[in-house]
Ligand binder design. Sequence first.
Ligand code: XMP
Length: 509
Amino acid sequence: RILILDFGSQYTQLIARRIRESHVYCEIHPYNITLEAVKDFQPKGIILSGGPSSVHDDGAPLSDPEIFSLDIPILGICYGMQLMAHQLKGAVEKADRREYGPATIDIDDAGDLFLDVEKEGVRVWMSHGDRILNLPQDFKVLAHSENSPIAAMGLPARRFYGVQFHPEVVHTPCGKTILENFLFRICRCQSSWTMKSFVESAIQAVREGVGEDQVICALSGGVDSSVVAVLLHHAIGSRLHCIFVNNGLLRKGEAESVQRIFRDHFQLNLIYVDASKLFLDRLAGIVDPEQKRRIIGNLFIELFEKEAGRLANAKYLAQGTLYPDVIESVSFKGPSATIKTHHNVGGLPERMKLKLIEPLRELFKDEARLVGRELGLPERVIMRHPYPGPGLAIRIIGEVTPENLAILREADAIVLEEMEASGWYDRVWQAFAVLLPVRSVGVMGDERTYDQVIAVRIVESVDAMTADWARVPYDVLGKISNRIINEVKGINRVVYDISSKPPSTIEWE
Ligand code: XMP
């Protein structure tokens, strides 16, 4: 296990990703965790992340200096290296020139860290204002760049290393080699973190944690809740009760496919609640997006509580919380910040006095997908695009009516069919249709039409924080448009949304 201490770098999660890709388990913790916590973690190595601060700032984030006395290998990256130099009595100064972006370094002393890395003109990614002026005692220079005479430093006898650049980003092509040298040569880690081993220990942990009790889980058909449900089913079988609420805002065939997969195939205890009519009644006349969200969220909780209330023996609620949700809230701001709860069931565990189980809280999204594959979930579920809880309701601009829903559902199904048929589905983040409250004139046969407009939205993204419209070939867009106009009654025009996020958002509401 590797412990990553987070000093607030935008790249900290990337460090964790890279390490796990090398099949070594790691966790990110705030820089100021106690020495006891560090010892309890029993890390084979510690990585100090980068961060926006300068060690000379008032209140600069410092870790307990005793971590340097634990006889554990430490790698400092960027701010982490400066911190190491500062805490081990070297000197850090403001550089004349700040260095951001690509740079090249020459290796002076390869040692273990730079083994199998070129010696000269090594391309790396820099992003720093300070630099090391004096090495701490006994350290030596391992690499330099034009602007940083000390671009890497090390004290091999104590297994302390620092790099001024960022080995975790793809713009440092040899970064993986450097990190793996740290993991396998310096820390002597084993490459044993695989999804198979994760699944086995997660099942074991659930069995031990839950004992003979019953567990409830809200199943949405999305990746995270599906993986949690199947994992728990493997662990405790019929003592898991999944509640699936059909809010009438699902995609075409979704309610049937969820039942087919989870009840028929996996034989899960599935409680299916068809509340389409109730949701539609409450949404009547509502046009404000946030009001739609509130109504849908609250009604979901109401129904979920009612169903769960029938399961008197249930003591636990299982949720598909992922690692980014956990660190986003605990990192840097300090361990006191509260952990983000899932949109759909926020506040439920407290109100229902249920204890939470979150078996995926150590995983990144792509790792959760691998777990799903390991558990035999169909590829369609594993690779499914994100789908918002309020569903089609926030893709109908204006009032949600049964007629509008029927139109949008058909158009949406065509978008998805054509994305899959063309092989584009797996290459984008999300693809969907939006129904606009606009009428335009068209001509069909010899007749004038005056119908509604569908906007097609297809975006690329890695985390939904930023997104760009996908450059899908004209042929594919043409086919989508053609089919929607011909097959969906009530639509005579299709437009493609070419806005990026920011300043737009992915959804229209
Ligand atoms: P925006 O529109 O904010 O969307 O760029 C970012 C991501 O979040 C999804 N989204 C939601 N998911 N409830 C959800 O569960 C919501 O109310 C909601 N609104 C947006 C959206 O689909 C995209 O993936």
